[in-house]
Design a protein around this ligand. Structure first.
Ligand code: AKB
Length: 318
């Protein structure tokens, strides 16, 4: 059967890159980009776009039915820092957006497969922080983390009760230059490159030694498409898979940037996001993803820094 893919939250940080990659693989016309705001990024290229709120279940149902959508990537969400400022809105969007899709996937319509992103934020201060196991204590202390943990439970529940083919990854902080992050705690690791290239200095909102799991966007998109392409029987975990790329601190990232821009200077002024970062893992054990669907990251710190400097330089001079 011909795939018809709907990407909700298409103008966000992951959405833009995912739409481009899926269009490359499946053809522009088979990937419908959807977002609550019209596309003002100009980055999505050729292909269908619909203005749609994931909270509008009727409009969602109509789009899926009339467009014959077979797969949905539900990316619309508030990230960690924005969620702390709007807890009720974050819960509504992050939870009911997912539930609307899972309910539609349950019925006899064309929709057969769902991707939903979880996050390292689903872990909490009582989780083992180093090489965090796939299955472990999960007591998230942030609104965003609570919504991600609850979402994981819903995904597994719909799979067990209704056979829903839902697949999910616990993304680390994502780093890319084509699209801008917004409202996350790991966003410093993108902002730093723009500041390094524009002004040669950066004031970081996390402390120097805050180690977090991160990943180059190319790796994250490859992982997302791989898990969706894997045979259903390989997907043993229906809550969400741990996924690791590279772990670093603001200080070690700054040192790697200084290898290319020797005058680059970093200072630290931690704000409320420090508490969020302190409640998350430093590094992740992703052996289940490696075993089940062949995951392996391609970007270490040096390669990531080179790619970001090249990409951001081209963008700002461009
Ligand atoms: C955030 O910082 O909120 C996100 C995440 C870790 O899910 N990048």
């Amino acid at each position: 059967m011909q795939k018809r893919i709907l990407v909700i939250g298409a103008t966000g940080q992951i959405g833009i890159e995912l739409v481009l990659a899926l269009r490359e693989k499946y053809g522009n016309e088979n990937v419908i980009a959807a977002d609550i705001r019209p596309d003002s990024t100009g980055l999505l290229g050729e292909g269908p776009f619909v203005t749609l709120s994931v909270l509008d279940k009727e409009a969602l149902e109509e789009t899926i039915r009339t467009q014959g959508v077979t797969e949905v990537y539900q990316l619309a969400a508030l990230l960690s820092a924005t969620s702390e400022k709007n807890p009720v809105l974050a819960w509504d969007l992050n939870m009911n957006g997912l539930l609307n899709i899972l309910e539609l996937a349950k019925h006899d319509g064309p929709l057969r497969k769902v991707f939903w992103p979880s996050s390292i934020a689903a872990f909490g201060p009582t989780t083992p922080r180093h090489q965090t196991p796939q299955t472990t204590v999960m007591e998230p202390s942030s609104v965003y983390g609570i919504s991600k943990l609850a979402g994981e439970r819903w995904c597994e529940y719909y799979h067990l009760k209704h056979g829903t083919d839902v697949r999910s990854i616990r993304y680390p902080g994502l780093i890319g230059f084509r699209s801008e992050p917004g409202g996350g705690t790991t966003d410093y690791a993108v902002d730093i490159f723009y500041h390094a290239l524009k002004s040669g200095s950066y004031t970081c909102f996390l402390s120097a030694e805050t180690e977090l799991p991160m990943m180059m966007m190319e790796d994250a998109i490859r992982a997302t498409i791989s898990i969706m392409d894997a045979p259903a029987e390989h997907i043993r975990i229906r809550s969400s898979y741990n996924l690791a790329g590279v772990s670093f601190t603001p200080a070690s990232l700054a040192r790697a940037i200084q290898c290319h821009i020797s005058h680059f200077a970093i200072s630290y002024q931690p704000d409320f996001r420090q508490a969020l970062a302190d409640s998350w893992p430093c590094s992740i054990d992703d052996s289940a993803a490696r075993t089940d669907w062949g995951w392996s990251p391609a970007y270490g710190l040096e390669r990531l820094v080179e790619a970001m400097l090249e990409g951001v330089r081209a963008k700002i001079s461009g």
